[in-house]
Design a protein around this ligand. Structure first.
Ligand SMILES: [Fe+2]
Length: 342
């Protein structure tokens, strides 16, 4: 095994999916996961840079997963079903909140929690993105990571309404909240710098160093290419299209996507998302990046041209082949191209 994290993941007795992306997270086969009390699979994609990882876990009908706490952060997206999660600190009062397909929340660091399936006739399925690789490889001690009594009361001390979903706009397009009821339908905010018609909303969850955002782009539109650090898990929520990923000066890799597809662009690889279908496309990104609790200083220049020291390729600077392929793809699906003239 390469790292302490790999050794721990292998010890869990479930499969580990590797590669650059997953075609459909709903179709991944799951295996019984004793520690969790449900069925699961790890997703450890190439682009994570060992900052973060993902796993899917299903809760059997009418059952709950085992209670647990851990020293890694965890963002949870509900892939399917309905249910509830109970969260508590030490001997403190328990509080519960309900979720359904499309809900997004974070487990406060090292708090106890337990997930319950609210339906007796079907399983519930969760996708989690965690920073377990980083934490396991720093401490390489499972007992310290999974059985640590420290209470991070600066993040969560059992406050009533912590998961009520009453967010506040922390700054432009950044919503501070601990629970998003429905990421599939939440209203994003215009962000034209990233491309015509683009709308995005960022989430700061549970005082975490991980973050999330939802981005939507209309029919006949593609976003500008950009690059950044590793570990952003991009999962398609709605629409049909494709993404390109490429290291500078090298060949593009193409990933066709539909709801349930996941890609993780590797560190400093350019990537670009294309809506070639007949309805708006929307994705959820779960990543090792918070705008409040930064791991590295400096402004995030994700919407500034690389010519100005930023991370983005403007439409007029991109390879003309990119527009041609997009027009061809739209013609095939019957979508009308809405891109600004070059
Ligand atoms: Fe990106």
């Amino acid at each position: 095994m390469d790292t302490p994290y790999d050794a721990w993941a292998a010890s869990q007795g479930i499969d580990v999916v590797k590669g650059y992306g997953v075609a459909n997270v709903y179709e991944l086969p799951l295996k019984w996961w004793d520690r969790m009390g449900g069925h699961g699979v790890f997703i450890n994609l190439q682009g994570t840079g060992y900052l973060d990882d993902a796993y899917v876990c299903s809760i059997p009908p009418g059952k709950s997963l085992n209670p647990q706490r851990h020293l890694f952060e965890e963002l949870v997206y509900v892939l399917d079903g309905r249910g509830a999660t109970t969260v508590w600190q030490g001997n403190g009062a328990k509080q519960s909140f309900e979720w359904q397909k499309g809900s997004l929340f974070a487990v406060p660091l090292n708090a106890w929690y337990q997930h319950f399936n609210g339906q007796g006739d079907r399983e519930a399925r969760l996708l989690a993105v965690t920073d377990a690789p980083l934490v396991f490889n720093l401490f390489h001690c499972e007992d310290f990571v999974m059985n640590n009594p420290y209470v991070f009361s600066d993040r969560f001390k059992g406050e009533e309404g912590y998961f009520a979903g009453k967010g506040r706009l922390y700054k432009d397009r950044v919503l501070e909240t601990n629970f998003v009821a429905d990421a599939i339908h939440i209203e994003p905010i215009a962000w034209h710098e990233r491309g015509k018609g683009n709308r995005t909303i960022f989430f700061e969850l549970a005082e975490s160093t991980m973050g999330a955002h939802v981005s939507e782009f209309p029919v006949g539109i593609y976003k500008k290419a950009h690059r950044h650090g590793p570990g952003a898990h991009v999962m398609i929520l709605t629409g049909q299209g494709y993404s390109f990923m490429w290291p500078e000066g090298q060949e593009r890799m193409r990933f066709d996507w539909s709801p349930g597809s996941i890609i993780v662009p590797p560190e400093e690889w350019f990537h670009q998302h294309f809506n070639s279908g007949d309805r708006p496309a929307r994705y959820l990104a779960l990543k090792m990046l918070s705008r409040r609790y930064k791991l590295v200083p400096g402004k995030i220049k994700s919407d500034v041209s690389i010519k100005q020291g930023g991370m983005q390729i403007e439409y007029e600077d991109e390879d003309p082949e990119i527009r041609r392929i997009f027009e061809e793809s739209c013609a095939r699906s019957g979508a009308e191209v809405q891109m600004p003239k070059r």
